[in-house]
Design a protein around this ligand. Sequence first.
Ligand code: ATP
Ligand code: MG
Length: 632
Amino acid sequence: MAGERYAQVHAQSIEERSSFWAEQARRIHWERPFEQVLDYSRPPFAHWFKGGLTNLAYNAIDRHLATRADQDALVYVSTETGQTHRYTYAQLYREVNRLAGMLTGLGVGQGDRVLIYMPMVPEAIFAMLATVRLGAVHSVVFGGFAASSLAARIDDARPRVILTADAGMRMGKVIPLKPLLDEALTLSDAPEAKVIVLDRGLAPDQPYKPGRDHDYARLRAEHMNAEVPCTWVESGHPSYILYTSGTTGRPKGVQRDTGGYAVALASSMEYIYCARPGDAWFCTSDIGWVVGHSYIVYAPLINGSTTILYEGLPTRPDPGIWWKLVQDYRVTGMFSSPTAVRVLKKQDPSWLTRYDLSSLRYLFLAGEPLDQPTSDWIASGIGVPVIDNYWQTETGWPILTAQPGIEDTPRKLGSPSFATYGYQLEIRDEASGQALGADQKGVLCIVPPMPPGCMSTIWGDDKRFVSTYFSTFEGDPVYTTFDWATRDEEGYYFILGRTDDVINVAGHRLGTREIEEAVQTHPNIAECAVVGVADALKGQVPVAFAVVKDIEAIADAARRGAHEAEVQKAVDRHIGAIGRPARVHFVTGLPKTRSGKLLRRSIQALAEGRDPGDLTTIEDPSALEQIRQALG
Ligand code: ATP
Ligand code: MG
């Protein structure tokens, strides 16, 4: 069974919910104490730490000034521009106050929205912190999104101010941002917002619209000495809006509270991430995603850590760059994604051992299934434990993870271990809604109330919040993750894929992930996608799209055929002939969202001869073209 100490803490977090979370709440500053740990009088809406007044920016910065003013709060490294900047907590305080002064000057007050469409630069973090300092609400839009996605988010949030930059940079190429914002603003029907443009000197001579557009540096110069007091907000006050990745359809605007989020993150830094104040922490995500919000910005700063903000690719100037940063800054904890590790896996493994990684204690990975070969490869390469985290934009922090800060339980490959404290989980039968036992496949659900840190609602749409997440089983409102899972006798969970992706072969229900794992056991397969395709006889049959490592090995039809048969045999061996893909198509890349998630829904549509649907979040449209060609 799960470790004793872990089990005890988890049980306490559910059975003695109020005292457990009241204790955790002592980790942050409350300007006025809360009256009630949880108000759950309006299910499924959970109001944590009701009546308490606090502020995210205060907890991330001001609170540390007495003890760590001269410690680095933020280290910015850009391998795109060659710049490195360090900001101590005292300097971070100054910059955030200046920006808060700039925002106030443009009319931003409590509850107003500020949209941040910026590359991975320190000013983006200043903007997030300045916004919450004022009790305003940020909406960070990933800098890789084009005008139409941006316009949709502007319409939804109706911001008073938008921050952007002249340009971002990727692989040494300048990618102008301001023109995309200009275009988005013409597409949007929200009232016109004021715009602050950070001129990085990358894309000169961009036109400014008089009265609307302001230069960051010029405004900053007017607010050099600004001291803007924190606006104390009630714990349930929204801190930000953030959209889900859009893997399964129209992105949902997740609204987060203030107090519950701060408490959940503060506790996670000790219980999950084993990070001590003063430690250096490196999260390789993007501030445009939830992992970036929680673990580049808020959690490490609330914890008093030094957070590393890295602008660039993991492979430039060479595939050792991340590990060089770990060495140079004595990083103790690192957070990344399986997608990113798979990028490194295509490189020479000796890059993993060229630097001194003795400071590093753990690598955490989240965002999509962590396959066994990838996990093994990185764990043995860098010599630290790799911990799989399973969570969603909606929850803001892990639902499933090992919690080595509570107890260092043994890990099982392919499993993100156990329910995080605070989460009461059930695996439910999709049809009957019944809670299932060990080794039975079903939908992973959270029994409400959701713990602190989880979404409060969908921005501006309480009804959609309830109907999307809590209405799968009639009369029994549990939160559905829409992920398919099992739990073994010892309490370890396994995520088998999204419920949409379950394949029904002649009455047998198979998770796409199970088949993908089996396909990936073939030594020449780097990555793969399996989808269910309608079949007159069997209902559905699995079809695989596999990325090959050695393209020569499938150079002609005969070799391709032999390869296909080998892969099918590998699946037979691992899950049985029932899971055998009817076809294995070989490609060199797979269509993914900008956050690195497989667009299985679009692949499936193509395989069934349908329209691939909404592609606004796709990273590389040519990957979809390859699928089309492979299908003939
Ligand atoms: P949308 O909800 O808009 O379709 P999305 O679900 O991809 O997009 P995110 O919130 O970024 O948006 O992703 C959460 C999902 O990612 C989870 O529901 C799960 O399917 C997958 N996921 C995240 N971490 C893991 C993990 N460790 N193992 C397996 N799957 C994971
Ligand atoms: Mg989702």
